[in-house]
Ligand binder design. Structure first.
Ligand code: ZN
Length: 443
């Protein structure tokens, strides 16, 4: 009887493996003719290339002259366009919509909007990202919408709604006095936009809860309020202690995941680096010691430059002076980090910026501060993929990568602004935009 069972299992295995080749053949094949190809990794664009996509993956990339088009393949002609890997934004908030202060701002989003309304808005934000060629987002907290990002990610993965592949961080972590809602009567127990912890035990427990409920990354706020100091310097209020942060980082690393830290500068920045943050978000005011420590520890820098050019308070107010000082110190921080070889990944803080605005506005900001166009493109392709531990799978057009492909008219190397006008979008081998029009977004 025992022998019979083994034989049965063996027979099943043989027939299953015998089916493999025929199943592979049935996968749809799409051939993309690329006039110019920027592969996301190489410094040099190539011309007249052919990308063969089988199923949801890139099978080959080769010279048009040498390639044999597979029989029955669908051919997409982008021979007049520049073709790139799908772009990656490493800092977004699909559950924020650039809340207008005149309409109640951040607080109204939490106090008045039903969660279903917020989820519906997030669904539109996800589609907006995809139609602009951003096929992957690291979405760094829901701002009071709990685990809503895990739900949106599932809806995208199950094909209910169109959207980028999402890396989500759920609720985020800060301390008492370290996150809105604030400014209400102290007798009121107001909801907060992040999970509030005090002490290493609570910090570790929050990380465990968030990881348990589907966080791909943990987001920590290491600074909160900022203002202009008496010597004209930018001061940032620190939040978690090194011990609290270490508990979060230790727990998260144990799960094989990473920690993204919102931080501007000063004490909070020192704690963020001593505590082992994997990525520094915003990093407005990086001193030389911090930059050296980031290089040594291999810490990523996601600068989100564009966000700080929005919503300045009037110049004759303390908040307005603070807003202008943030921008004044951010540029030099970015330039010093770039020169020192800090690993920089593209991030925008979309959601803080309304989703009706172009995500690609961050590219010219980086280039104006001295980054080459190609490095700016790599920061949103292969480098962002490294940040996400997805090397070779996204952010590159090469065999074995997911078939996330976009195209623009013109040459983004000489004019980075053309990335604001994405004509073609494919994600996972499925076309979502063609000739500048959305397609296949109806399901
Ligand atoms: Zn943010």
């Amino acid at each position: 009887m025992k022998n019979f069972c083994w034989m049965l299992i063996f027979a099943v295995c043989v027939s299953a493996s015998a089916q493999e080749p025929s199943r592979a053949v049935r996968q749809p094949v799409i051939v993309i003719r690329a006039g110019t190809l920027i592969d996301g990794k190489s410094n040099t664009p190539r011309h007249d290339q052919v990308i063969v996509v089988r199923g949801n993956q890139v099978e080959s990339v080769s010279d048009a002259a040498s390639v044999k088009i597979p029989a029955g393949a669908t051919v997409i002609d982008l021979s007049k366009a520049t073709v790139l890997p799908g772009l990656i934004d490493c800092h977004t908030h699909i559950f924020l919509q650039g809340e207008d202060p005149a309409q109640g701002g951040y607080d109204a989003n939490i106090l008045n909007a039903p969660l279903a309304l917020r989820a519906a808005r997030a669904t539109v934000a996800a589609r907006r990202a995809l139609e602009q060629g951003f096929t992957t987002l690291r979405d760094v907290e829901t701002e009071g919408a709990g685990y809503g990002d895990v739900g949106i990610k599932e809806a995208i993965d199950e094909g209910y709604i169109p959207g980028p592949r999402l890396f989500v961080s759920t609720r985020a972590i800060s301390t008492t006095g370290g996150y809105p809602l604030e400014g209400y009567a102290p007798e009121l127990d107001m909801p907060k936009g992040a999970q509030i912890v005090d002490g290493p035990v609570e910090a570790r427990k929050a990380a465990r809860e968030q990881l348990d409920h589907g966080a791909d990354w943990i987001k920590v706020y290491m600074t909160h309020r900022s203002w202009v100091g008496k010597d004209g310097e930018l001061v940032s209020q620190p939040t978690l202690t090194v011990e609290e942060l270490r508990a979060v980082v230790d727990e998260t690393h144990g799960w094989g995941k990473k920690v993204a830290c919102h931080v501007y500068g000063g004490i909070g920045l020192k704690r963020a680096l001593d505590g082992g943050c994997d990525s520094i978000e915003h990093g407005l005011d990086l001193d030389d010691a911090a930059i050296a420590q980031m290089v040594k520890q291999g810490t990523w820098y996601v600068p989100t430059i564009s966000a700080y050019y929005h919503d300045w308070a009037p110049s004759d107010t303390p908040a307005g002076q603070r807003d202008r000082l943030r921008v004044a110190v951010h540029g030099p921080s970015f330039q010093k980090a770039m020169k020192a070889g800090v690993k920089i990944a593209f991030g925008t803080d979309m959601g803080g910026i309304p989703w009706t605005e172009p995500i690609a506005q961050e590219f010219p900001r980086m280039v104006e501060l001295g980054m080459s166009s190609m490095d700016a493109i790599r920061s949103a392709t292969s480098r962002a993929a490294s940040l996400l531990a997805m090397d070779g799978r996204i952010g590159v057009l090469a065999p074995g990568a997911f078939a996330d492909v976009i195209a623009v008219d013109g040459d983004p190397v000489s004019d980075i602004k053309v990335l604001e006008n994405v004509r073609f979008v494919m994600k996972d081998g499925k076309v979502y935009r063609s000739n500048g029009q959305n397609v296949g977004m109806e399901e």
